[in-house]
Design a protein around this ligand. Structure first.
Ligand code: FMN
Length: 198
C-alpha cells in the first residue's frame, strides 16, 4: 500500500505511519523553566544532528487549545533547556509528565519528580538520570504553516553519572534507555557487535 501524503494527509495518519516505522525513537525528557515553575515533558521527535558542534533537535507542537506547548514557549523565552535521558526506572514518571497541564502547574511538583540544579544558568536536571544535556536554542526550523516546530539546540555541557561510565580511559558509557515504539515503549535487547568491513 502506498500512502500519498500530499493527497490524503491527515496529521493523525502521518503520525501513525511515522511513529510506527521510525523505530525505536530515543526520548528527550526535557526540563525548562519560567518564573520559577519547573516544566518537564518527554519528546520522541528527538535526534542528534552533529557532534561538532554538539547539536540536537527536538520537535515540539501545540496544546489542544492551539497555544504552544509549555516546553516550546519556555525555550522561546529563556533560550535554554536541559535534556535528560530516560532509564527503565523512570518510565512511569516520564510518561506521566506528558500530561497536558496549565502552564503554571509544574510536572515536577504534581508527579513528584525530584530535580537538582547542577549548573546555575540552566534548568535543573532530573535527579538520578544517567545523562543530561544542557542546551541553548540555536534556531527554529520553519516548516511553513506546521504546528510542530523543530528546535535546533546547541549542547553546551553534558553530564554523565560516574556510575554509567564503565571505562574512564576509553570513555565507555552504559545505561539501559527507554525507547518509544509507536505509542508504547521498549527496552533495548542484545548488544550486537558491528561486523568487520573487509
Ligand atoms: C514518549 C512521548 C514522546 C512524545 N514526543 C513528543 C514530541 O516529539 N513532540 C511533541 O510535541 N509532543 C510529544 N509528546 C507529547 C508531549 O510530551 C505532551 O504534549 C506534553 O504535555 C507537553 O508538555 P508541555 O506543555 O509541558 O511542554 C510525547 C509524549 C510522550 C509520552
Amino acid at each position: 500500500m502506498i500512502f500519498d501524503l500530499s493527497k490524503d494527509a491527515k496529521l493523525n495518519e502521518n503520525y501513525k505511519l511515522m511513529a510506527q516505522t521510525i523505530l525505536p525513537r530515543p526520548i528527550a525528557w526535557v526540563v525548562t523553566e519560567d518564573n520559577g515553575v519547573i516544566n518537564i515533558a518527554p519528546f520522541s521527535y528527538f535526534i542528534g544532528l552533529s557532534s561538532e558542534p554538539a547539536t540536537v533537535l527536538i520537535s515540539v507542537g501545540h496544546k489542544s487549545d492551539g497555544t504552544p506547548k509549555d516546553t516550546l514557549s519556555n525555550i522561546r523565552k529563556t533560550k535554554k533547556c536541559t535534556i535528560c535521558m530516560v532509564e527503565e526506572k523512570d518510565l512511569k514518571k516520564m510518561h506521566f509528565s506528558s500530561k497536558e497541564l496549565e502552564k503554571d502547574i509544574s510536572e515536577a511538583k504534581l508527579f513528584d519528580i525530584e530535580t537538582k540544579r547542577l549548573l546555575p544558568s540552566y534548568p535543573p536536571m532530573i535527579e538520578g538520570v544517567p545523562a543530561a544535556y544542557f542546551c541553548e536554542l540555536n534556531q527554529e526550523i520553519d516548516l511553513g504553516d506546521s504546528k510542530t516546530i523543530p528546535l535546533v539546540l546547541s549542547v553546551k555541557e553534558i553530564f554523565v553519572d560516574d556510575r554509567n561510565i564503565i571505562d574512564k580511559k576509553r570513555l565507555t558509557i552504559f545505561f539501559k534507555p527507554v525507547a518509544r515504539i509507536g505509542k508504547s515503549y521498549a527496552f533495548l535487547g542484545d548488544d550486537i557487535e558491528a561486523p568487520k568491513i573487509v
